[in-house]
Design a protein around this ligand. Structure first.
Ligand SMILES: NC(=O)c1ccc[n+]([C@@H]2O[C@H](COP(=O)([O-])OP(=O)(O)OC[C@H]3O[C@@H](n4cnc5c(N)ncnc54)[C@H](O)[C@@H]3O)[C@@H](O)[C@H]2O)c1
Length: 258
C-alpha cells in the first residue's frame, strides 16, 4: 500500500505570487499531491493565475484564480475570506510572493527598501495572520513561507532582500511558537538560485559572470528548477509534518554547505 502521509487529498491551499516561477510550480505540485488550490497573484498577472488554475483543474482538482496584492491588507483579508467561502476551508498557505532589487547598499533608496521589505516580510506576516484566523477555527493549518538561502548567508547588492529573508526565517519561528497550540505549523523553505522569470529579469549580468558565481558557490553547478522545490512544500504541507514547525528547510543545491 502506498504511504499516505504525504497525500493532500481534501486539503485546500492558497498560494501567493503563483502566476509564474516558484509559486506556479508549488501550486501545481500541491495539486498533484491531491490539494485543491486557490492560485493568487497581482491583477496584472491575471493571465498567469488563470493558466495555473486551469492546469490544476485539468488534473481533476479544483483550481481557482484570485487577484491578491500582498501589499494590500484589505485585499488579503478579503481574498482569504473568499477562498474559505469558495472552498469551505483553508488548510495550507504558501507565502511565496516576493520581489528582489539588486543594488549596492549605498544606492538603495527608501522606496527600494520599503518595496522589498513590505512585499517580502510585511506581506508574509499579514497573509499568515489572515490565514491563521481561519485555521484556528478549524484546529489545524500549515503555513509555508518561501524564504531563501540568503536568509542565512549574505551576498553583496542585496541589503533589503537579505534583511527581508532573514526576517522571514525568524518570523517563521515566532509564529510557530505562538500558533502550535492551535494545531498550526509554520515553516519556511530556503531555495537557492532557481531559474524563474523574476530571477532572469533581475539578473542582467553577463552569462560568464553568472557561471563563475555558480561555480564558486553552488556545488550543484547549475541553477535549480522550480520543480525541485515541490517535494519540500508537499512534505511541509502534509500530515507527515505535524511535528515539524519553526523550521527553515534549505533546498539550495548545497550553496550554504560551502
Ligand atoms: N528564483 C530564485 O532564485 C529564488 C531563490 C530564493 C528565494 N526565492 C523566492 O521565491 C519566491 C518566488 O520567486 P520567483 O523567483 O518565482 O519570482 P518571480 O518574479 O518569477 O515570481 C514572483 C511572483 O510574485 C508576484 N508578486 C510580486 N509582488 C507581489 C505582490 N505585492 N502581491 C502578490 N504577488 C506579488 C509576481 O507578480 C510574480 O508572479 C520569492 O519570494 C523569492 O524571493 C527565489
Amino acid at each position: 500500500m502506498p504511504y499516505s502521509g504525504l497525500g493532500l487529498n481534501g486539503r485546500v491551499a492558497l498560494v501567493t505570487g503563483a502566476a509564474r516561477g516558484i509559486g506556479r510550480a508549488l501550486a501545481l505540485g500541491l495539486a498533484q499531491a491531491g490539494a485543491d488550490v486557490a492560485v493568487s497573484d497581482l491583477p496584472a498577472h491575471r493571465g498567469g493565475t488563470e493558466e495555473t488554475s486551469e492546469e490544476i483543474s485539468g488534473l481533476g482538482n479544483i483550481g481557482r484564480a484570485y487577484d491578491l496584492d500582498v501589499l494590500d491588507l484589505e485585499n488579503i483579508a478579503g481574498v482569504t475570506g473568499e477562498v474559505v467561502s469558495d472552498f469551505g476551508r483553508l488548510d495550507i498557505l504558501v507565502n511565496n510572493a516576493g520581489i528582489r532589487i539588486r543594488k549596492p547598499a549605498l544606492e538603495v533608496t527608501e522606496r527600494d527598501w520599503d518595496a522589498v521589505i513590505d512585499t517580502n516580510l510585511k506581506g508574509v506576516f499579514f497573509c499568515a495572520q489572515a490565514a491563521a484566523r481561519h485555521m484556528i477555527s478549524q484546529g489545524s493549518g500549515r503555513i509555508i513561507n518561501v524564504a531563501s538561502q540568503l536568509a542565512v548567508v549574505a551576498r553583496p547588492d542585496r541589503a533589503a532582500y537579505c534583511a527581508s529573508k532573514g526576517g522571514v526565517a525568524n518570523l517563521t519561528r515566532v509564529l510557530a511558537l505562538e500558533w502550535a497550540k492551535y494545531g498550526i505549523t509554520v515553516n519556511a523553505i530556503g531555495p537557492g538560485p532557481t531559474t524563474t522569470p523574476g530571477l532572469l529579469e533581475a539578473d542582467t549580468r553577463p552569462e560568464q559572470e553568472v557561471e563563475a558565481e555558480l561555480l564558486a558557490h553552488m556545488p550543484l553547478g547549475r541553477r535549480m528548477e522550480p520543480e525541485e522545490l515541490v517535494g519540500a512544500a508537499i512534505y511541509l504541507a502534509s500530515p507527515s509534518a505535524g511535528a515539524t514547525t519553526g523550521h527553515l528547510l534549505i533546498v539550495d543545491g548545497g550553496w550554504t554547505a560551502m
